[in-house]
Design a protein around this ligand. Sequence first.
Ligand SMILES: CC(C)(COP(=O)(O)OP(=O)(O)OC[C@H]1O[C@@H](n2cnc3c(N)ncnc32)[C@H](O)[C@@H]1OP(=O)(O)O)[C@@H](O)C(=O)NCCC(=O)NCCS
Length: 140
Amino acid sequence: MPPMTAVPESTDITLREGLDGLTPARIATLYRRAPLLRQTDNADQLQQAFEATQLVLSAWQADRLIGLARVLTDGVQVAYLCDLAVEPDVQGLGIGKQLINEVMARCEGAELVLRDSNLSTGFYEHLGFQPIENGWVHQA
Ligand SMILES: CC(C)(COP(=O)(O)OP(=O)(O)OC[C@H]1O[C@@H](n2cnc3c(N)ncnc32)[C@H](O)[C@@H]1OP(=O)(O)O)[C@@H](O)C(=O)NCCC(=O)NCCS
């Protein structure tokens, strides 16, 4: 597994892989504040979702959760970036980009797809993502 690299602009920010330190309450707070529109009211369901996720990367300022990337993936062909969120007061410091870089390193060779929000369109374009138009969605 590739080693974590530091966030270049902020020496006091560290990245972690896995669920260490993550609780439904912390995740819900980050998602509400970022904002990232995902169902966070049911703590058991949120915990279950994270436990079933193959790749979870988080960013920390001391013991404060400030960023999160969650990826469903087979590790070689397909990776779905389902969540990416950074706390508003530390946005623009390179944390989101670093989380994406770490995801890329762990899913090298796979196609990384995601569902955009109108807050982040320019971000993904800036990082070299290409838009796709052949997507479909249905609530199961
Ligand atoms: C989108 C988000 C994850 C970006 O994280 P961030 O840590 O603020 O972004 P970074 O500081 O890593 O930005 C990396 C680069 O992208 C650029 N960038 C960031 N947001 C951008 C935007 N909305 N439009 C265009 N460029 C953007 C930065 O200027 C920076 O450029 P540089 O590398 O040339 O200096 C964060 O703003 C966020 O959590 N937004 C709310 C939740 C959300 O929309 N999540 C994505 C849903 S799919």
